[in-house]
Design a protein around this ligand. Structure first.
Ligand SMILES: [Zn+2]
Length: 214
């Protein structure tokens, strides 16, 4: 037979457990809501796209908080998926700003499913996505602050793209420095060395800005 004291003890233990459980759940919900706070989705996106972006923003938040801040400081963003852009060979584009003053980032493929990354590991796809996302966020930030506002010729195109590509490489370098996971390390090393040498090559600018050459 239980004493009143032990019944009371049991009651308080259960009550305390419930309080702890509720507060842990609340903290998780608040954290996941935060990273997508300034982002709205448009176009033919799926819940998988939303989850993929959330996962990667949470990765930035925990592993590279300065880069999560970098994204947040880009202001309100509309994140769109438009498969017709991908069909024309455009993996991602950025425009700032729309009529409501929001930066618009359009991906030509569902997130993590670019045909450029077919056959790669999930980690390599994630690293590529983070790089491309930061590249596009850089365009939004640059355009908001009046830098490289228009790509009107080869020179202004190279200046704008150089800004995006350098940040794309920088986030991967800082990720590599903060990372201890073997699968991420392999993907990071491979992409960093490929992109660092591409930045030195003429072919890269031809690829990004060749349309401006007569
Ligand atoms: Zn770009």
């Amino acid at each position: 037979m239980q004493t009143t004291a032990s019944k009371l003890g049991k009651f308080f233990f259960i009550a305390l457990s419930i309080i702890v459980l509720v507060s842990v759940t609340r903290t998780d919900a608040a954290a996941s809501a935060d990273v997508l706070d300034n982002i709205t989705f448009a176009g033919g996106y799926t819940q998988e796209d939303v989850a993929y972006l959330r996962t990667n923003l949470q990765l930035l938040q925990t592993r590279l908080p300065a880069w999560q801040q970098y994204v947040a400081q880009a202001g309100t963003i509309v994140f769109a998926i438009d498969l017709s852009e991908g069909a024309h060979g455009r993996a991602a584009t950025a425009k700032c700003c729309d009529a409501q003053g929001r930066g618009v980032i359009t991906f030509g493929f569902h997130l993590g499913q670019s045909p450029d990354d077919a056959g790669q590991t999930p980690e390599a796809k994630q690293v590529a996505f983070i790089g491309t996302f930061i590249h596009e966020v850089t365009h939004i930030r640059d355009q908001r602050s009046g830098r490289f506002a228009a790509k009107t010729d080869y020179k202004s195109c190279v200046a704008a793209e150089k800004s995006g590509l350098e940040k794309q490489l920088q986030v991967k370098r800082e990720f590599a420095a903060a990372n201890s996971d073997a699968a991420f390390a392999m993907a990071l090393n491979q992409q960093i060395s490929a992109e660092a040498s591409a930045l030195m090559s003429r072919g890269l600018w031809q690829q990004y800005c060749g349309a401006f050459i007569d």
